[in-house]
Design a protein around this ligand. Structure first.
Ligand code: PLP
Length: 483
């Protein structure tokens, strides 16, 4: 295809695609052309507007409701970053032709990716970063594939990956997908991984230790340095699940704690509206010894300051995402980091931790607190005390919907019976936290005096409480709507 430089019809200077301007009849073979017009359903504009407006009002979102969903960091997402991601100059087709002389049409995009990777390296204390992975779990898989490539190149015979029993389910799943057997280490009564059992389990066959720090109980692993040093003595690599980076950014760097590979859930820490599985991005950062195996293309920088897609890494594990991953999400993360600046990120971390400790102190007289110690950005209660009134964590979660609050994470982490995992986030006001605390205290009171209000909740939501088994087996949206 020949590139034609000229003012296109909308007046912008750009590239024309002659093929796209040719009528279809001239480019498609006769046998693919319709003989008659397609019969498409006809609806009035008003019907369409009503349909989508009703659908949009069924949403529970950070913009409409308080959303203290533990582990997922549903913080407020500044609209400024949305605006940046929506700039017309970033609205580039991923297959925009690359000139033999370089990537002249995508210099700005490559520069954003390059600079955001540099910032993430600084925040995590890693030597190199790759933004290809398209979610946290995808980052885990890529990270463990890097671990595998490292051991293979060194001729190490490694078969297993160690995870603590507080770990997110995606950790063992990613390691298993990369071909490893999983060894699970129990947690101590103080919420940290049992160091002695870890020491016993560690041997020359362990490829990596996957840790979240602070862990999913919201507790900082105080022996993390010792764990990393011991692991390294067996050439076992340390993997950092960065989902909880919101608790430490600007304060502590995983790289300084001894981690060799990290993934960051930029959609959690750096403000992108997410939920229901996306959209997200899971950039992976590594220490020097793992750089040769990073996915290609990486973003390179020429000495003249221009950027290029760098495929020249013969030991790379290959391509792990189409094009360059979730570009829109990565722009938002970059804009967010620049918007807050270093002081702003530190401030966010401090407030996230302060808010979680405030909630924890205020609620612990009303709910069982299995790990009663200073928490980081989230705290985990148990509805154990409410069980005597036949009220479960799920009932409290459903009751919160009636109060206009998105339920916290329940039944995770798995090691806490009837878990209620609350992550307030730094973006909520003290008034909102106090309002939420009152409602949670009210729920604990109602469990004693009027459990029906909890057991049959939600009453106000447009959908009633589904029979979970039936809902999983019969996928029919109408089943949920109140008649
Ligand atoms: C969210 C989360 C993940 C998975 O990240 P996704 O972006 O949802 O794929 C992994 N570990 C922890 C601790 C998490 O909270």
């Amino acid at each position: 295809m020949e590139l034609i430089y000229e003012k296109s019809r909308n007046g912008r200077t750009g590239v024309d695609f002659p093929l796209l301007d040719t009528p279809l009849q001239e480019t498609l073979s006769e046998k693919y052309l319709r003989k008659e017009k397609a019969s498409l359903p006809e609806v009035s504009e008003l019907d369409v507007v009503r349909h989508y407006t009703v659908l949009s009002k069924l949403n529970f979102s950070v913009d409409t409701h308080y959303y203290p969903l533990g582990s997922c960091t549903m913080k407020y997402n500044p609209k400024a970053t949305e605006k940046v991601a929506g700039l017309e100059s970033f609205n580039i087709h991923p297959m925009i032709p690359q000139l033999p002389s370089g990537e002249n049409f995508t210099q700005g995009a490559l520069e954003v990716l390059y600079k955001s990777e540099k910032l993430l390296e600084e925040i995590t204390g890693m030597d190199s970063m790759c933004s290809q992975p398209m979610a946290g779990a995808h980052g885990e898989l890529v990270g463990i594939m890097l671990v595998a490539a490292y051991h293979k190149a060194k001729g190490n015979k490694k078969k297993t990956v160690i995870v603590p029993d507080s770990s997110h389910g995606t950790n063992p799943a990613s390691a298993a997908m990369a071909g490893y057997e999983i060894i699970t280490i129990p947690s101590l009564p103080n919420g940290e991984m049992d160091f002695d059992l870890f020491k016993e389990a560690l041997n020359n066959e362990v490829a990596a230790v996957m840790m979240t720090c602070p862990n999913t109980l919201g507790i900082f692993e105080t022996r993390i340095k010792e764990i990393a040093d011991l692991a390294h003595s067996f050439d076992t690599l340390m993997y950092y699940d960065g989902a909880n980076l919101n608790a430490i950014m600007g304060k502590v760097r995983p790289g300084d704690l001894g981690f060799d590979v990290v993934h960051i859930n930029v959609h959690k820490t750096f403000g992108t509206p997410h939920g229901g599985g996306g959209p997200g991005a899971g950039p992976v950062g590594v220490k020097k010894k793992l750089i040769p195996y990073l996915p290609v293309p990486l973003i390179g920088k020429h000495t003249d300051g221009t950027f290029f897609l760098d495929y020249n890494h013969p030991e790379s594990i290959g391509k792990t995402a189409p094009f360059y991953g979730q570009f829109g999400v990565l722009i938002k993360a970059y804009a967010y980091i620049l918007l807050l600046g270093k002081e702003g990120l530190i401030d966010a971390t401090e407030k996230a931790v302060l808010n979680a400790n405030y909630l924890m102190k205020k609620l612990k007289a009303h709910y069982d607190l299995p790990y009663d110690r200073t928490c980081m950005h989230e705290c985990v209660f148990s509805a154990k005390n409410q069980l005597q009134h036949k009220v479960h964590a799920l009932d409290i979660a459903k009751y919160l919907i009636d109060q206009g609050i998105h339920p916290p994470t329940v039944y995770f982490p798995l090691i806490v019976k009837e878990a209620i995992m609350i992550e307030p986030t730094e973006t909520e006001s003290k008034e909102t936290l106090d309002w939420f605390i009152d409602i949670m205290i009210g729920a604990a009171e109602k469990a004693k005096t009027n459990p029906e209000v909890l057991l049959n909740a939600p009453f106000t939501a447009p959908i009633s409480r589904p029979n979970e088994t039936k809902a999983a087996r019969e996928i029919n949206v109408n089943y949920f709507f109140k008649k």
